[in-house]
Design a protein around this ligand. Structure first.
Ligand code: PHE
Length: 346
């Protein structure tokens, strides 16, 4: 019996060495190690042998089985390698190589916030409109109740654009806020209207942790026959809670902007300390998020709306400021620094 085993081992090993493809290899496996393979048959028949012989032959048979199994795995590995090498030679491509990852861009955190905010207002029936960055003095100031020598011009340090026509003066600038779009929209449309305007604005100012010379605003405007301050409050209340959480409190206080009357400053209770006072809210418990008010009757008149019939509200918020609040970002200059370590976090 031991001789038979030895012969089987030699034959199997010899055959294995000669095998050159996987199909042959599988046939070989069935022949020796399969359910009806010759080694399997010997192992099965062990029970018929006398005890002493069974022990010796059994041990030897198991050893050979292990050897054959190990050789099989090794042979399979070699054959697959050879096959791949052949394939690469012929096709010139190794399909088993992992793909090369290629860098994928993402949306800037400001863009993400613009979209999120516009979406909230869209679900409330506002439409999104865009304007241009270059604007006439008329729309940025004059039509908004800010004539040439009005001291309120100091609220917006302006970048002027050198532009002369033959007919004379027509001052041009980079818009300092998105409010000029209030005028352009009202000139083009008749009430009822509800719009939000996201856009880049420019200020001629030294930058620091909370001031940039370029940033984004979102303007809101609603005009209809029965709009009151309560509508403004309700709208901004709902907006604040959608963006900052259902439990938010909203505070309206008087503020001054020449193109609204009354004007308000909108604040939410601090979502970090819940109003107790912390670093984020400057120990006040409140965080200002935007300016707003009822559209000034003179502004309505200027675009040909009868202020006896129509009223409206307007608001304007700084987008980066909201992103900073949301993510605890402490320096607004990061938004335009193009540092991938910053941008990749969003
Ligand atoms: N345009 C104002 C600013 O930039 C904000 C504002 C918009 C205030 C609309 C009231 C109404 O400061």
């Amino acid at each position: 019996m031991l001789n038979t085993l030895e012969e089987l081992k030699l034959r199997a090993t010899e055959e294995l060495e000669a095998i050159t493809d996987l199909k042959e290899l599988e046939a070989w496996r069935l022949r020796y190690l399969g359910r009806k393979g010759s080694l399997t048959r010997i192992l099965r028949g062990l029970g018929l042998l006398p005890l002493e012989e069974r022990r010796v032959v059994g041990a030897q048979a198991n050893k050979i089985k292990e050897l054959l199994e190990r050789s099989l795995v090794e042979r399979e590995r070699l054959l697959k390698e050879a096959e791949l090498a052949r394939h690469v030679e012929v096709a010139g491509i190794d399909v088993t190589l992992p793909g090369r990852p290629f860098p994928q861009g993402g949306l800037h955190p400001t863009t993400q916030m613009v979209r999120e905010i516009c979406h909230i207002f869209e679900t409330m029936g506002f439409q999104v409109v865009e304007g241009t960055d270059v604007e006439w003095d008329y729309y940025n100031f004059e039509a908004l109740n800010i004539p040439k020598d009005h001291p309120a011009r100091d609220m917006w340090a302006t970048l002027w654009i050198d532009y002369r026509t033959e007919s004379g003066e027509m001052p041009m600038l980079l818009r300092t806020h998105t409010s000029p779009m209030q005028i352009r929209i009202m000139e083009r449309m008749r009430p009822p209207l509800r719009v939000v305007v996201p856009g880049r604005v420019y200020r001629y100012e030294a930058t620091d942790a909370t001031h940039e010379s370029i940033f984004y605003q979102i303007e809101g405007l609603a005009v209809d026959e029965t709009i009151t301050l309560a509508d403004l409050k309700g709208t901004l209340f709902e907006f604040s809670r959608r963006l900052f959480g259902r439990e938010r409190q909203v505070r309206f206080r008087c503020d001054y902007f020449p193109f609204v009357e009354p004007g308000v400053e909108v604040a939410i209770d601090c979502f970090v300390c819940g109003g107790k006072g912390c670093r984020l809210c400057n120990e006040t418990g409140w965080i200002e998020i935007m300016g707003a008010g009822m559209v000034h009757p003179d502004v309505l008149k200027r675009v040909g709306y009868d202020p006896e019939i129509y009223t409206g509200f307007a608001f304007g918020l700084g987008v980066e400021r909201i992103v900073m609040l949301r993510h605890g970002i402490e320096d607004i200059r990061l938004f335009y620094a193009n540092d991938l370590r910053f941008l990749r976090q969003f």
